[in-house]
Design a protein around this ligand. Structure first.
Ligand SMILES: *[C@@H]1O[C@H](CO)[C@@H](O)[C@H](O)[C@H]1NC(C)=O
Ligand SMILES: *[C@@H]1O[C@H](CO)[C@@H](O)[C@H](O)[C@H]1NC(C)=O
Ligand SMILES: *[C@@H]1O[C@H](CO)[C@@H](O)[C@H](O)[C@H]1NC(C)=O
Length: 449
């Protein structure tokens, strides 16, 4: 490059890497002697130095080079090797080094004063919440239809209760290849309400059990499924979307050791990274990567964090808001929160900071002693969906009804676990409406309807 040649002939000085430039030190002052495509250069101690734009130029934003703008405020939501990130107007923005809202930069020149004044006023407006569960949630038309089937078969007070359950917001599962065509309908119906989607189509899904196996044929088919949903979402820039990514997969990545799972571990990691690389760059999507539940992974929190960190490293610019747990399970919130704290510590020690958690409370109203995952007898509908449910659990973004309560976990015939005495018998295939189970959950609801 021409300019490097110029420098070496003029000064023949040793190169010195700094945070300002890979081969030159930061200037202490802000006087520009020369400008090229790399930026502004100064001269100090008879050698070239690179102007420290983050200090000298109050308007400078290193994040613009990455395709993002800089935040007006300073609230850090997420950190990675590029720096600190926040969210404003539902979009990712980078936080300037030494961020000081409301305070004009030290070297403010006359020409930048007006900008500084504007910044002061906008910072004071309430930032848009990055927790999409604080927004009204969309009540799923499919769940309404399923509950209607049961309402027709019920009478009296149970029927009245079912009519209330019908409108509790539940997640929309995108769990078959045709589901990509349902995304637009959900988004149209939801308008400005938050839609919670569950991506559940990874190839060799549920590799360690029989209940929900299936998924896309192979990685490229899966990428096509992701792309199709991604493209539809691009057409709805004003929608607010939560994307929960692939329940069970991390659990199997960490603990499943059968050949069926071992053979697909690498492919599963690639698939998760790919989904995050797409949805994690959409400004109106908040991604939660699923990390099974505490009963499964609390004792493997370090290994779990390692796997998550690796998946995030390979996800390009994709970012996640946090982690979902206990999807389709029956764990109590209290013990699950211990897992959140434990996992969060393990993640932070690997540089993954600022994670938030959501927990599935659709069926954990009671706490039967069994650990089965299959149509557990004695379970009840749990706490209603709610944002920031407990100030004592600050990592928790929300209680969410993720599993559709009343849909079967697996046919009684499909997996031996489901034939045990702690599973309600007569169950239809995974995902099908199981009236008797719904009635049981309704009778055991806690809090009651
Ligand atoms: C993936 O599966 C599809 C069918 O869904 C098939 O057409 C394609 O050839 C497969 N690709 C690979 C790489 O196996
Ligand atoms: C998660 O599921 C387990 C059942 O496996 C249940 O015991 C626990 O209470 C649930 N935790 C939460 C937070 O819902
Ligand atoms: C989870 O693991 C942590 C750390 O080992 C431990 O302190 C905590 O009691 C565990 N929680 C549960 C519910 O097992």
């Amino acid at each position: 490059m021409k300019f490097s040649a110029l420098i070496s002939t003029l000064f023949a000085a040793g190169a010195m890497a700094s945070r300002c430039h890979p081969s030159y030190p930061c200037c202490n002052g802000c006087n520009v002697e020369y400008t090229d495509t790399e930026g502004n250069w100064g001269v100090e101690n008879f050698d070239w130095c690179f102007i420290d734009e983050s200090r000298c130029n109050p308007g400078y934003c290193k994040f613009e080079a990455l395709g993002y703008s800089c935040c007006k405020g300073c609230e850090v939501v997420y950190s990675d090797e590029d720096g600190n990130w926040g969210v404003e107007n539902q979009q990712w923005c980078g936080i300037r080094d030494n961020c000081t809202p409301n305070v004009p930069a030290t070297s403010a020149r006359t020409t930048t004063r007006t900008t500084t004044t504007t910044r002061t006023t906008t910072v004071n407006s309430l930032p848009t919440s990055d927790n999409f569960f604080e927004n009204e949630l969309y009540s799923n038309y499919k769940f309404q239809g399923e509950v209607d089937q049961s309402i027709q078969r019920l009478s009296g007070s149970l029927q009245e209760k079912a009519k209330k359950v019908k409108y509790v917001p539940t997640a929309a599962w995108l769990a078959w290849s045709g589901a990509t065509n349902e995304v637009a309908r959900y988004l149209n119906e939801a308008g400005s309400k938050t839609v919670v989607f569950v991506l559940y189509m990874i190839p060799t899904r549920d590799c360690n059990a029989g209940g929900s196996n299936g998924g896309a044929d192979n990685l490229s088919t899966y990428q096509g499924y992701v792309n199709s949903i991604y493209n539809t979402i691009n057409q709805y820039p004003n929608s607010r979307i939560v994307m929960i990514i692939e329940p069970d997969t991390i659990g199997n990545l960490v603990t499943a050791n059968n050949a069926n799972c071992r053979n697909v571990h690498d492919m599963h990691k690639q698939a998760l990274s790919y989904a995050i690389s797409k949805f994690g760059t959409q400004k109106n999507v908040r991604v939660y990567l699923d990390a099974a539940h505490g009963g499964w992974l609390n004792s493997s929190a370090d290994r779990t964090a390692e796997v998550i960190a690796e998946i995030l490293r390979n996800a390009g610019n994709g970012k996640i808001r946090g982690i979902s747990t206990n999807v389709s399970n029956y764990q109590p919130v209290y013990s699950e929160y211990q897992y959140h704290q434990n996992l969060n510590r393990a993640l932070e020690s690997r540089g993954v900071r600022g994670m938030k958690f959501i927990v599935d409370t659709s069926r954990n109203g009671r706490n039967p002693s069994s650990a089965t995952w299959c149509n557990l007898k004695g379970a009840g509908l749990g706490a209603r969906p709610q944002a920031n449910p407990d100030p004592n659990m600050p990592l928790l973004d929300a209680y969410v009804w993720i599993k559709t309560p009343g849909e079967s976990d697996s046919a009684s015939s499909a997996d031996p676990v489901c034939r045990n005495s702690d599973s309600l018998q007569g169950a239809p295939a995974a995902g099908s409406w199981f009236h008797d189970y719904f009635v049981m959950l309704l009778e055991n609801a806690n809090p009651p309807f």
